[in-house]
Ligand binder design. Structure first.
Ligand code: GLN
Ligand code: ZN
Length: 726
């Protein structure tokens, strides 16, 4: 029995890549140092996988920022404006994150399928050419370690789909052929072509491209990898595709194995058995019986055992956790490979105690009953928007085009240190709170001084918008080092929801109320929405995601009411996770949106008509979920769209948005400081489709990751831009 792995986390178990990249961007280490860090991580990963007995070990799953951008660069897709940057890696980073030195802004970024990983959307335009140095270097490096790796390449259909250049397949296929030739010369035996587009599109037919590969290249065996969904209706033609192996995500779509394996074909199959999207230990007995059935159908020679998808979506190593009660129920990337090895050993005749892999069971309680008892009344504001909006206008008395921010302000090293010191017990809670209060007071004063209209407390007390709430709620567990890459050097540490979610006490009231006490302007309370908390956590699998989400909603509802009672009358409930939770298959979208929007309404609808509910979302492509966003019944929405404003505004040309809205006027993900004129331009564009009494002016996301030197001029100019329209 053989095993394969689709991809391994590339950030390093101590986030080495993050530290090195950020140090390099800050001019603190040299390019050579950064490159060396990359090499070290790759070497470590390969050796680890070798040790775990993985038969087909991936390469090119490493990336200095993003694997889609790597692929774009491999096909020479470097827009003209970036050519001014001389050093290739700097040019690559300029595309990924903008570069102030050259006045370059970043390319668009968006969610990788239904994960919390973000990729850079390549910009087609120029002539394509093959520039495969990164990939070939990795092949050579691995060879030097005595490992004959299996390169991972985004397949042509998926790449063209993600780059919105499906009309250019004919141009790109010869480059793939050329690449396969080069790899064959390097004695590469297997190439993994990732085609997750198969999970979302059922109207495709790949034959042409893959026929060409087979005709031109008999030496290399192609493993076609589809994940996050089953092959669906594609199952009827996929078996005729001239590839060596089909990879099946049996976690998301367990039944497809029967469907595909029972048909007559010459294919080998990679059984994606171990969950690459969640942190729970596998239930070995179930896996064993799944494999046994597959063996009956096609024989063991035609099978690979594998994780369901690349392991970049789970943390690196559970062994690093020293303080985690539920540790015995969990498995991270390294442990998942151990599971794979165990499974392999079992089928190769070793005696394995499968019961030793049993998962700890979770318990349920009365929260579940509250979820069942929810009625329509619990998800409806007492008055409709048309009635409550004039009341709010009178109550808040804000100027036209009110200015605000999305919540967080730069988290300086001092603040991070402070929080770390509190955790280590080096400072007392009261010292910590005093210092944070001082920061908040200063921030409120600063916002007043520059003339913002609706202020925020700055979120200095939060490491992360989900972790903060998870730590205060029942039912969540936390890791110390369970980092997962979100984009570039940004990592998140998702909490683990293992039990029923309950609110124990106030979570944000103290900070919001304190901030409000510092000013006569309105301070906006700041909560993370139920769908986002769910989406950015690892979720228990013993009850539906819907039920877990509604439990979170009930807890947040109590917090919203507590804020209102404390005099916080503008409350923002962030839901950047709503769009990314969207099922990949069309037929599942409706049910998801029904419970997801319901959870938001349960959380927010209990307030007085004058209390204004805001929501915020990132990177959304709104057209497809606009009805769902409208159904949230939020009084104001702020949106991230500075990297692609026109797309959003066109949507509203067709169908006016019925609530107040603040389409972000500048891109906070780039260190570049925007000019006042650019922001005025954004406002002018927005005013063409949004009535003046409905428009807000704000950056397009939280400012946590920016520096003060960037935020100060940007926000001052944003206020000036807004004022020029009043
Ligand atoms: N309120 C959050 C912040 O400003 C929102 C972040 C987000 O949308 N991702 O940090
Ligand atoms: Zn955002």
């Amino acid at each position: 029995m053989k095993t394969l792995n689709l991809g391994y986390p590339r950030i390093g178990s101590e986030r080495e890549l993050k530290w090195a990249s950020e140090a390099y961007w800050a001019g603190k280490i040299s390019l050579e140092d950064l490159i060396e860090t990359g090499k070290r991580i790759r070497r470590g990963n390969w050796l680890l996988q070798k040790e775990q007995g993985v038969d087909l070990i991936p390469c090119n799953d490493f990336s200095f920022y993003d694997h889609v951008l790597d692929t774009a660069c491999m096909f020479g897709m470097i827009p003209k404006e970036y050519e001014v940057v001389p050093e290739p890696l700097d040019r690559y980073f300029a595309m990924a994150r903008g570069d102030q030195r050259y006045g370059l802004s970043a390319l668009k970024m968006t969610k990788w399928w239904d994960t919390n990983y973000h990729y850079i959307v390549p910009k087609p335009g120029q002539k394509l050419q093959l520039v495969p140095y990164k990939l070939l270097e990795e092949v050579e490096e691995a060879k030097a370690l005595g490992i004959n790796v299996k390169p991972v390449i985004i397949g042509p259909y998926t790449f063209c789909y993600l780059s919105k250049m499906e009309d250019r397949l004919e141009e790109i296929i010869p480059l793939y052929v050329q690449l396969l030739h080069i790899l064959a010369e390097k004695d590469i035996q297997y190439v993994q072509m990732d085609e997750p587009v198969l999970g979302v599109r059922e109207d495709l037919n790949f034959s042409w491209a893959y026929d060409t590969f087979a005709r031109e290249n008999s030496a290399i065996k192609i493993i076609l990898a589809n994940y996050f969904e089953g092959y669906g209706k594609n199952a009827h033609w996929i078996l005729d595709l001239p590839v060596d192996t089909l990879h099946l995500d049996l976690v998301r779509s367990p039944y497809q194995s029967f469907e595909l394996l029972s048909k007559n074909s010459d294919k080998n199959f990679s059984l994606g058995l171990i969950d690459g999207r969640n942190v729970w230990k596998s239930d070995m007995k179930t896996l064993v019986s799944q494999v046994e059935r597959a063996i009956q159908l096609v024989g063991r020679e035609r099978l690979f055992l594998a994780p369901s998808c690349s392991l970049i979506h789970v943390p690196c190593d559970l062994d690093l956790e020293t303080d985690l009660d539920i540790k015995s129920s969990l498995a991270f990337a390294k442990q998942k490979l151990e599971e794979l090895q165990t499974l392999k050993a079992h089928f190769n005749g070793d005696l394995i105690d499968l019961l030793a892999f049993d998962r700890q069971k979770t318990e349920t309680s009365e929260v579940q009953n509250k979820v069942y008892a929810l009625t329509l009344e619990d998800e409806r504001r007492s008055e409709p928007f048309d009635v409550r909006n004039p009341k709010q206008k009178a109550f808040f008395d804000l100027p036209p085009l009110p200015t605000t921010t999305i919540g967080s302000f730069p988290q300086t090293t001092e603040i991070r240190k402070l929080r770390a010191n509190l955790k280590k017990g080096e400072i007392s809670l009261s010292t910590y709170e005093e210092i944070l209060k001082e920061e908040t007071r200063k921030l409120i004063k600063w916002q007043e001084d520059i003339g913002l209209d609706v202020l925020v407390h700055g979120e200095f007390e939060r490491t992360d918008m989900v972790e903060y709430f998870g730590e205060l709620l029942d039912g969540f567990a936390f890791t110390q080092k369970g980092w997962v890459q979100s984009y570039g050097s940004r990592c998140v540490k998702p909490p683990i929801i293992f039990g029923d979610v309950k609110r124990k006490a106030d979570m944000t009231v103290k900070w919001s109320a304190f901030a409000q006490s510092c000013t006569s302007k309105w301070v906006k309370g700041m909560l993370t929405g139920p769908v986002t908390i769910l989406q950015w956590s690892f979720v228990r699998t013993d009850q539906s995601r819907r039920d877990t989400c509604l439990q979170i909603a009930l807890a947040l509802r109590e917090e919203v009411l507590a804020l209102e009672k404390a005099g916080i009358r503008i409350i923002q409930v962030d839901e950047p996770g709503l769009r990314e939770g969207l099922p990949l298959r069309k037929e599942n979208i409706r049910t998801y949106l029904e419970w997801a929007t319901r959870a938001f309404r349960v959380a927010t609808s209990g307030v007085e008509p004058e209390t204004q509910i805001h929501t915020h979302m990132c990177y959304a492509h709104f057209r497809e979920i606009l009805p769902a966003i409208i159904s949230l019944d939020a009084d104001v929405i702020t949106l991230e769209c500075a990297r692609a404003p026109q797309e959003l505004l066109n949507t509203f040309k067709e169908e006016p948005y019925p609530y107040e809205i603040g389409p972000g006027v500048y891109d906070i993900h780039s260190p570049r400081i925007p000019h006042k004129e650019e922001m005025s331009q954004c406002i002018a564009e927005a005013l063409k489709v949004v009535p003046k009494d409905r428009l807000w002016v704000n950056p397009d996301c939280g400012l946590k990751t920016r520096k003060w030197t960037e935020v100060e001029p940007a926000l001052k100019q944003m206020v000036a831009a807004a004022r020029s329209f009043r």
